[in-house]
Design a protein. Sequence first.
Length: 275
Amino acid sequence: MRKILTVFAVFIAVGMGGIAAGSATWLFWNVSKASDLEAFRALLGGFAGAFFAFLFIRLGDWLTRLYQRRATHYNALVRLQYYFNECLVLTGDNIFIADDFFRCFAEESREGEELRIFMNRFIAYPRDIELVISLSNIDYANELYSFNIEIQKTNQSMATVNRSYEQMLEAFVSKNIDASVYQANVHALRIHYVELRKFLLRIKHDLVLLIAKARLLDREAPWLFKVIRALTSTTYGKGFEKRVGVEATKVESEIEAVAKKSRDKIAEVRSKAVQ
């Protein structure tokens, strides 16, 4: 469809150019018959000046709008990288919360098991739909749209799990259920934490790929946005997927380095607290 529209636009441009050239020839021929050569030159100069001024104004307006569109695209890529990093931090926190639940409650209830109360709650992801609209790369925009749907569903699942446990805890504190019923319900809820943890790992994987792709797309920016990206590229280029794999590996290494640094700090604080 894009190629058909491009060919159609070229035909229109050629047609307009032909009409303009024909009009200029007709005017030149008729005015040249006049006896006043100075009047002819003035009329022809005025026509040519107005005609080319119109063309340059329209061309400048088109290039300005095209440049602004590409500038919006690259600004969105920068903002997306901040957003994705925020989501990565939240994903790590939510995975920790799921693991903390597993540490708090064993897989199976044991007789005489100490009664425990779980204080952590899953944290919802922020969503920014406007950034999708700002992108001009259709492939990436579609992936980001799918990711937003994934985030929305995960937020709903986490809210449901949070609410379920809070209702159990409230019922127990209000003495509407006894300790055995509370423990049985909590252990039944465990499977939902297991499922959510799998979804969180999937989100982490998707975020790594989205960050890698955003970095690569961001590096493909101008000389005058590479002459407005060869008049606007809207799909991934050749070899893009291969480079995504390399970039994703770098992102994962950076994440692991930050996580290790955080673990070392926590371990240091705990060791000092024990002393």
